[in-house]
Design a protein. Sequence first.
Length: 166
Amino acid sequence: MTVATYMALGQQASGQLLGTSTNSMGFYYVQRVAITNALDTDQDGIDDVYELNRSFLDPLDQIDGTQDLDGDGFINVQEYQRGTDPTNIQSAHIILYANSLTGDDLYDGVKPIVENGHGPKETVEGGLAVAFDQDILEIKGGSYDEQILKPNGTIIFRPRGTVFIR
Ligand SMILES: [Ca+2]
Ligand SMILES: [Ca+2]
Ligand SMILES: [Ca+2]
Ligand SMILES: [Ca+2]
């Protein structure tokens, strides 16, 4: 298979297979993918199931990931990654989490505990690296011995417990 041409969600979807190939040996390749293990066929950073569930996204079109449908300054792929609503201009800023004990800078920082591939950052710097202007960075009590670079825009620190930063 080279290029996907049709995709649908669920059991009732119907499509049409057209015999346009001039090659008498031509054939279609049909692939079934579990909803819980969605692919990102167009590689725009948004998984196929998320795209199929939203009429303004096309799982076979990369361009829609870079569009900002609701005009809140975050493109659709950013809203997908950050868990905000790409159709709601009010849904844009998020709380990010840092936890020196359970965090890892390889996590995305969008959850305070590790779940479904999300989890807190280990360092304040790691949190700032993914934070946008007006986001909140919630820092779990602990010691953060690091140099913090000036963030882009205003990031609101929200310490939880005793936080030492030096
Ligand atoms: Ca995609
Ligand atoms: Ca897409
Ligand atoms: Ca947006
Ligand atoms: Ca939004």
